[in-house]
Design a protein around this ligand. Sequence first.
Ligand code: S3P
Length: 170
Amino acid sequence: MKSNKNIVLIGMMGSGKSSIGKILSKKLKLTFIDIDQKIEESENSKISEIFSKYGEHYFRKIEEKISLKYLNSENSVISLGGGGFINASIRKMCKKNCLSFWLDWKNETIVERIFKSKKRPLAINLTKGQINNLIKERSKFYSLSNHRINCNKLDKVEIINKISDIYEYE
Ligand code: S3P
């Protein structure tokens, strides 16, 4: 039986939430919503500019408002920002309206991807040890999701198939 709930993808920066979400939404004929993109549209600024001009606290407030708005939609695949699921109100809304999937990778993969990317203000000055600590802290919250997908030995198509199989039979 097919679920009516949204799919929400959670996990660290660099876990592939946006790229996997986009393809997954096409496969399941659902709407794709990228929360970071919605934040940028609503603020008319890049995430990095919002961080540098107004700071993280301001960003988190906007992130909460935008996430709650879109988590309330229907028939969507939603890619949450890496810090979104740490917020209790966002988590509560995910539980109510969505099936959540944690895209879980080994730390080295995440660290490598974060170091390669220049567009992530939160991680730009972090050392490997600090990123490892962040992963450890956040994993406590990510593990509250409905399904943990161990992505380490899977390619993109296998990850997408795994999520869509769970969704279709939920
Ligand atoms: C953040 C992750 C980013 C973005 C912002 C903060 C985080 O999203 O929301 O830079 O706190 O982990 P991605 O996970 O899509 O990179």
